[in-house]
Design a protein. Structure first.
Length: 366
């Protein structure tokens, strides 16, 4: 088993708080992604699991054992670094075998494990080469193989794909996902790339400024963000924000800003009722446009297209409505031109509503 639990863990570097009051449980065999911008504390969190960073406060448990002072080599965790950290003077075979030799495995077992890992990663033909003779993707596979042969209880990965080109990153994501499924062990993966988080994770831990912002599945994080930071960090192009106020007219609850009037569907109206005049921020994801239907009053945006950006199967509309610049994504069969007035039907069931001052969700926060 490899269940990892953080109990009110804080890490400080002098006066700088890198991670504050972290409470998190990573389940056995789970794939958890720590997601956030540079400096948010995600790598520090990973290093504390590995034993490479000491805790300032709190406790970390592996299963039910506190490991605060357990040295890294006793934690049964294997780490894959962003830089791969391969030995340039050793062959691929020896790089993969290195950890096993340090643990004094016999040669027969070393050979079996190295060749099994090489076969699974499709690098058998590279075993005699040096790292300098490999591509970036091949080096990444060697780094994965070196971790695999240890058969660790925990796999720790720190931005392992950031040095690869876009096409190779996509294929390597699939390989890492398949590796997790076949090894049936706990994976903790650090990235700032939302696409990696959404495609790989069983659960995502979104961090910012050393604090956990939200924990949940990819769908939960994307569909029900608890604050504006989470909502804007996931999604490409990012979510549109429009400042305005809640307006109650008869039985209807709606958002109002200048010429923009969007009504809230019943389940949202119920949560927002009784707050007439409250300042808020409306969030509309770029894809939440309903195409090929006529615009309806209270369910559409009227604006002026500044420019159209074709992006293969889709196109992005940059438009201005209610004095705000917005981005929307529509299919390429929908014809819009630069400098034209448009009315876009909005999927009002997918609106997001945030408090203007606290930036927290008015729909999903208790």
């Amino acid at each position: 088993m490899a269940r990892i639990r953080f109990d009110n863990v804080t890490k400080r570097y002098g006066n700088v708080v890198a991670v504050e009051g972290l409470d998190l449980e990573i389940r056995d065999k789970e794939f958890v992604v720590l997601l956030g911008p540079s400096g948010c504390g995600k790598t520090t969190t990973l290093n504390m699991i590995a034993g490479l960073e000491e805790l300032t406060e709190g406790d970390i448990y592996f299963d039910d054992q506190i490991v605060n002072f357990m040295p890294p080599h006793k934690r049964d965790a294997a780490m894959v670094f962003q830089s791969y950290a391969l030995y340039p003077h050793k062959s691929v075979y020896e790089n993969i075998a290195f950890g096993l030799r340090m643990r004094r495995f016999d040669q027969t077992e070393i050979d079996r494990r190295v060749r099994d890992a090489a076969k699974r990663l499709e690098i058998e033909h590279l075993l005699k080469r040096r790292p300098s003779q490999l591509s970036g993707g091949q080096r990444q596979r060697v780094a994965l193989g070196r971790a695999m042969v240890r058969q660790p209880a925990v796999f720790l990965m720190d931005e392992p794909l950031s040095n690869l080109d876009a096409v190779l990153r996509i294929s390597m994501r699939a390989e890492i996902k398949q590796l997790h499924q076949s090894m049936k062990t706990t994976f903790v993966y650090v990235t700032h790339d939302q696409a990696e988080a959404l495609t790989l994770a069983d659960r995502i831990v979104v961090m910012n400024l050393g604090l956990v912002q939200q924990i949940g599945t990819a769908d939960e994080i994307y569909e029900q963000p608890l604050n504006m930071f989470v909502a804007s960090f996931l999604g490409s192009p990012p979510i549109n924000y429009i400042e305005g106020r809640i307006e109650e007219v008869g039985d209807e609850v709606r958002f109002r800003r200048e010429s923009i009037k969007l009504r809230f569907p019943p389940h949202m109206a119920k949560r927002l009722a009784g707050q007439n005049g409250r300042e808020m921020v409306l969030g509309i994801r770029p894809e939440d446009v309903i195409e090929n239907i006529p615009p309806v009053e209270g369910e559409s945006l009227h604006g002026h297209v500044n420019f159209v950006l074709p992006v293969g199967s889709d196109q992005y509309l940059n438009m201005r409505a209610g004095g705000v610049e917005l981005f929307f994504r529509v299919g390429k069969e929908v014809r819009h031109a630069n400098d034209e007035d448009v009315a876009l039907a909005i999927n009002i069931n997918r609106l997001h509503v945030f408090d203007k001052e606290t930036q927290t969700s008015l729909l999903y926060q208790d």
